[in-house]
Design a protein around this ligand. Structure first.
Ligand code: PEP
Length: 253
């Protein structure tokens, strides 16, 4: 049975003090209550990684990075390598987030290189895919997502070491969420696509998260869908009360 993931993507938010408070309260909650089959996962800014991994050492929390270099190590000022992340016990890393695709012009082929680097250092990529509003309105959502999958995963063999996040670009940070049916349709298509490329078992085990304005009010109906295995959550993951509320909702599913 697949776990449910409540994955917070903090982006470029929270001060050191606010992050410290968040992890303190989260550790208290995870140590006293636990989350059963629900996996708490936080992707903080790099500067809070040690705070995060210290918390993970004492609890069931998992930690992800928000970005990684396509290079191994060396003279790449400002970059962070998969080798460095792995040495800090980071387990996951986002790749292909629409903000990196749009603002930093990251291409599918660059994302492919980053995935290869993460796998070399045994980190699990969380590959984000999703269509823009105009692509959805012109009926191209499936084609766009399949194209991203096929280019980002070209020549990559996976076996229980990948997570996918379907994040329609028009739903990220906008307050608009895909309906549970719209999201499930794409999640099911992604699972079928993975089954055709990597086999039924890999597809059955693959966690596929939904992202795009997820919050405590809409999480339950999204998680009720058979192919939605959790949320990749930006804004609503920044507040500890809201984050714990979402862990509790996921535990009830
Ligand atoms: C995200 O960070 O990937 C995201 C989906 O953000 P938000 O939940 O704020 O829409």
């Amino acid at each position: 049975m697949r776990k449910i993931y409540i994955a917070g993507n903090w982006k470029m938010n929270l001060t050191f003090q606010a992050a410290d408070d968040f992890f303190f309260h989260l550790a208290e909650y995870l140590q006293s209550t636990g989350t059963g089959d629900v996996q708490a996962l936080i992707c903080p800014p790099f500067t809070y990684m040690e705070l995060a991994t210290d918390t993970a050492d004492q609890t069931s929390l998992s930690i992800g990075a928000q970005n990684v270099s396509q290079y191994d190590n060396g003279a790449f000022t400002g970059e962070i390598s998969a080798d460095i992340l792995s040495s800090m016990d980071v387990e996951y890393c986002l790749v292909g987030h629409s903000e990196r695709r749009q603002i930093f012009q990251e291409s599918d082929s660059l994302i492919n290189q980053k995935i290869q680097k993460l796998r070399k250092y045994f980190l699990i990529p969380i590959l984000c895919v999703g269509e823009s509003l105009s692509e959805r309105e012109s009926g191209k959502a499936v084609e766009v997502v399949q194209n991203q999958l096929s280019k980002c995963l070209e020549s990559i063999e996976i076996d229980n070491d990948l997570m996918i996040a379907y994040e329609p670009v028009w739903a990220i940070g906008t307050g608009k969420t895909a309906s549970p049916q719209q999201a499930e349709e794409i999640h099911k298509m992604i699972r079928d696509w993975i089954a055709a490329k990597y086999g039924e078992q890999v597809a059955a085990d693959l966690p596929i998260l939904y992202g795009g304005s997820v919050n405590p009010a809409n999480l339950a109906e999204l998680l009720a869908q058979p192919d939605i295995d959790g949320g990749l959550i930006g804004g609503a993951s920044l507040d500890i009360e809201s984050y714990i509320k979402m862990l509790k909702i996921a535990q009830k599913i």
